[in-house]
Design a protein around this ligand. Sequence first.
Ligand SMILES: Cc1ncc(COP(=O)(O)O)c(C=O)c1O
Length: 390
Amino acid sequence: MRRVYMDANATTPLLPEVMEAMRPYWMERFGNASSIHLHGQQAHTAVDRARETLAEFFNCHAAEVVFNSGGTEGDNTAIFGLLHPGDHFITTSIEHSAILRAADRMAQHGVETTFVAPQASGLIDPADILRAIRPETRLISVMLANNETGVLQPVEEIGKIAADTGVFFHIDAVQGAGKVEFDVRRFGCHLLSISAHKMHGPKGIGAMFMRRGTPIEPLLVGGSHERRQRAGTENVPGIVGLAKAVELAIHSLEDGTIGRLAALRDRLEAGILEISGTGINGAWDGDQPVPRVANTTNIWFDHLEGEALVIALDLKGVAVSGGSACHSGATEPSHVLMAMGLDKNRARASLRFSLLKTATEADVDYVLKVVPEAVGHLRTISPVAAGTLG
Ligand SMILES: Cc1ncc(COP(=O)(O)O)c(C=O)c1O
């Protein structure tokens, strides 16, 4: 059976060049980057080179790059590292759980959080961020691209607000990295988090931009790695893999790959929208298109259960995601779609299609053959279609 993976926002496979770049650092170049002998120096040089690549990607100084274990650690570091009892924190209700749960924990430590809701389009209005600022606000955290809808947030405008009001600004850029032009100076952020496995790099490795002078209390203490910002022996193969993935991402931003991906996504979307009772979540703000990353579309299908459609598509070889999360056996609709004002049934009946940058026309053809068949079949047997499910 043909297999088409359209769940790139969950994770991506390594590109062969990434695997090749990492290979020596598992074996013959296995040194500890802190050792002073040859093995250590080889590892140290590789980490330094990777840091230069990341600095170019972020548009910052090499000393402002901190390697860590990925997006969750970056998000947690921004919150736990900057906020103190009595501080006020502003974020949005559509963030990843790495932000939302960290904010919940800080509530137990005397930090109050304002969760700014998006508009129906999925966009955060910077004016709502400005309105939420208080004298004790210390940090704003807003994602660059939403993982479920792909909607790109106006981070530059929010960066200006942060600068004008003297508040620190963190961007969770996990889903934007490699998909849009990056520049931490233009974004006006103090902190920014990325993760390798969302951009064809390895899992368990990521990096943060930390603007010089940002008073972050490290999450992990121990050795003096990463300028004392993140203790722990460096994951050298991971760091090398991340840097190679970033290098390839920079190339993809310049060589037309992203435009090709957007065209594929648009064809996929248009094809699926030919099915009756479907629509896009996060595509329009009135009659204006909403800025989105090129690889993502989030589509609702009336009269069926999203989870049933995910399973039906998997049986046909197509991997996609529903936005819902399973909590103690009950399927909760996506917090992102609910925050955008969808009703529960529509939120439950929404699927995310997120294309790999290696996606092909044939992949889209196959998905466009399989989805209408699966939807048609489910609607004939679904209790939702029959109106017996609330
Ligand atoms: C927006 C966003 N932030 C953070 C994370 C967490 O990243 P990681 O898997 O590297 O911990 C994810 C992963 O799904 C994400 O989509």
